[in-house]
Design a binder for this molecule. Structure first.
Ligand code: HEC
Length: 156
């Protein structure tokens, strides 16, 4: 984006447009360079946008989902705006608990806790959250610390 902006600014400048436009464009280029980059988190990630599950875990979760959930739900059933509306601001613990208490619909609680946690990791992946170095934990206290936030998207 900044490259497009400054290229546009140069063209406008060459065409004799007001130089103020070019200055604005250069200023906006500076601002976008100052955007924070994803910091390498040392401690346990506390937000899903920072990578709260591992990719190996999401792969396990995908298999578990296909076997235990796929007969009733398409993989894309829990993605998009409705998912975000429902879950942003809540914790990974809330999601794991809901699934353990209600799903599979015909036999709630049938899976191991590890499997439910892996499925939640898979759902995070489906929703565009990045994988990180650590797995989503299985202890309730740790799960409560993982907040589902808005995933990082391109700045407007
Ligand atoms: C036998 C069919 C069946 C299976 C198997 C099943 N579900 Fe469901 N699921 C449903 C139905 C029906 C609903 C909607 C009604 C409800 O909320 O109880 C639902 C609702 C849901 C919801 C939405 C709950 C909410 O309150 O918004 C989620 C998330 C979900 N299922 C995930 C799963 C996962 C993960 C699995 C596998 C562990 C699974 N389901 C297995 C039938 C099933």
């Amino acid at each position: 984006m900044p490259i497009v902006w400054s290229a546009l600014a140069v063209m406008m400048f060459a065409a004799g447009a007001q130089s103020a436009s070019a200055q604005n464009a250069r200023a906006s280029q500076k601002t976008s360079k100052a955007l924070p980059t994803a910091a390498a988190a040392r401690g346990a990630p506390s937000r899903t946008s920072q990578g709260a599950y591992s990719s190996a875990q999401a792969r396990r979760g995908e298999k578990a989902y296909r076997i235990n959930c796929g007969s009733c739900h398409a993989p894309t059933a829990y993605t998009g705006a409705s998912f975000l509306q429902l879950w942003v601001g809540r914790s990974a613990y809330d999601m794991v608990s809901l699934l353990r208490q209600t799903m599979p619909n015909d036999e709630p609680g049938r899976l191991t806790k590890q499997q439910y946690v892996d499925i939640v990791a898979y759902l995070f992946k489906l929703n565009g959250y990045p994988a990180g170095a650590r797995s989503l934990p299985t202890e309730d206290a740790d799960l409560r610390r993982v907040v589902i936030d808005r995933r990082v998207t391109a700045a407007p």
